[in-house]
Design a protein around this ligand. Sequence first.
Ligand SMILES: [Fe+2]
Length: 321
Amino acid sequence: MTIPGVLKYVNLTRNHFVNFSRYAGEGIYMNQRLLVDNDAVMSHYPNRPFLVRHNLVGHPLFEIPRLLEVEKALPPRKVSYVTGKVGVNEDKYQAPPTGLTAEETIRRIRDCESWLVLKNVELIPEYRELLAELLGTFTPLAEKSTPGVRQLEAWIFVTSPRSISPYHLDPEHNFLLQIHGNKVVHVFDADDPGILSNKELEDYYTSGGTIAKLEFKDVYQQKARTFALKPGEGVHIPYKAPHWVQVEDEFSISFSITFFSNLCDRQARLYRFNSQLRKLGLNPVSPGRSALRDAVKDRLISGYLKTRKMLGKKAPAVRQY
Ligand SMILES: [Fe+2]
């Protein structure tokens, strides 16, 4: 199977990526940090996954001592950690605690069988600058197909060998960049009704993204797009595309850089609206299938949100965690 973004890179060693500028003019988008195949962006963004490369391997912001400082600097609610010994079909956020502190989890990540995330590290200036370096010149490309790029965020995942991130979806555009250890990422097509039903998406968006768990069926796996990431590689995970991830035999450090767009917001609004229609006994058409129906729903939703605003109520959040 041809994986866009892979063929051009397959014969290149890591040293080839020390100086990205040598690839200028070969149809490859690049900046100092992120290397993306322009063709892959044009043909795959925002709905399909594709491979990217980066040069964050060995970067001091991802060394264990620095991550220990980050854990101390972030508000406690921005640090989550649970056992990494869960199945593909479990809810990560319901997994049992390990009995370790966050600090102990990071220090012992090689053998404590854990999964830890440092959320919104862009709150710390050095990571915010790095995020801007990575995405600063990509976002104009993204704007062409997904206007309204905003809310750039960065998350660091620190995970023990063989840990699993169960099957789930996220509401925003995402690049998962692998920095230490190997990770296998399985991505599924959000628009395949045999994988993801409208009802599941409506429930997800109605919950503000708090329903992290989707039901995974073994039969789905044959439809997975699988990316075996090594340090220096990354994958674009489309918004609302289900995925699950497994770490290989080394502990893993990954940097997830994400952003929202008008498309993410509109999809959330339309799925929430459809959820209300379904409660009335209707079987609504999913967003993107009928421009006319979507436009009518937009008008109705707009009126509803204006009324809420006049009553002093906030618009529902796309993601509440
Ligand atoms: Fe995810």
